[in-house]
Write a protein that binds this ligand. Sequence first.
Ligand SMILES: [Zn+2]
Length: 369
Amino acid sequence: MKWSWNLGKIFGIDLKIHLTFFFLLLWVGFSTILNGGTTAVMLGEIVFILALFLSVVLHELGHALMARRFGIATRDITLLPIGGVARLEEMPEDPKEEFLVAAAGPAVNVLIAGVLFAGLLVTGFFNQPLSMNMLLENFWLRLLSTNLILVAFNLVPAFPMDGGRVLRALLATQMAHVKATKLAANIGRGIAVLMGIAGFFLNPWLILTALFVWSGAGAEASTVEMKAGLEGLVVRDALINRFHQVEANQPLDSVFQLSIQTGQQNIPVVSNGHLLGIIRRQDLLSAIERLGQRAPAYGAIGVEPKGLDPETPLAEVLPRFSTCRVQPVVEDRKLIGLITPESIQQRMWLNQRMNNTSTPPPSEKTDAV
Ligand SMILES: [Zn+2]
């Protein structure tokens, strides 16, 4: 994540803190002073926020260490003003494992609350007459109740909250993974609507959370649907093997002619059949301006994507398209074809048709490589 600082490693996982988190500390400090608090009160508030975020780190570590038990690594844990995010390499697809990974976070907060409760009990805190004010005034009691609030909040059965994953895992023991995700996402959306409405009357913060939940549910459902649609398909299945390529020393004006005549937007440059790189339309125009029409094609190469193996699962190559709309496919070091998001979409649609599901056909854009 941008704008985060590395705090170090914990159990071999990078711990990062987002810069906006410091604004939260500043804001807490200033608002305490503005409300007439002393420096001691202000410091107390800041220490409380830090203790709360330590609870959040432990919560995220709960997810990460449980995931590690199932062989899933965690890229990093980032602290944001709204909470923590543990970026797991993937979520386990086995419902039992997913349940354990999702539940491990809130379980840590239950544990913290339990330890704090035991501590207060042993020190005789509960022997004195108790009042509601103590919930705000006693540091430990406040930390205990906030941990319980974290548990309740995280267990709301809506993506991207832990409760959403727990719900999906429970549903997935009864039905297919995709169906369970859709159902869990719809329940999440329903909760988001209720949250949004409640937010108008109670607290605008709820409206923000509702938006977060709504988009999280949609994203989760479409990723899982996409992954399911691509299951069993490899790069070779979506291969476009009719395309034009140019030699490295071919002059740029002939590359331009080819691009105009064929409508091909991205042209691979080869030397003896070996891929050197790709000239995108924008690279071509700027290179002609910069180098002149007679310059060799290799001068216009804009991206040098690593060739894909034809047997790579399609689900794995999706992130690649963020840099170039076309990816070369290489076998025995020779360029054998190209794939594009459109060729993948068409292949997926064909696959779904054969499995008798009804999705509208993708737009006719296969030729625009
Ligand atoms: Zn969590």
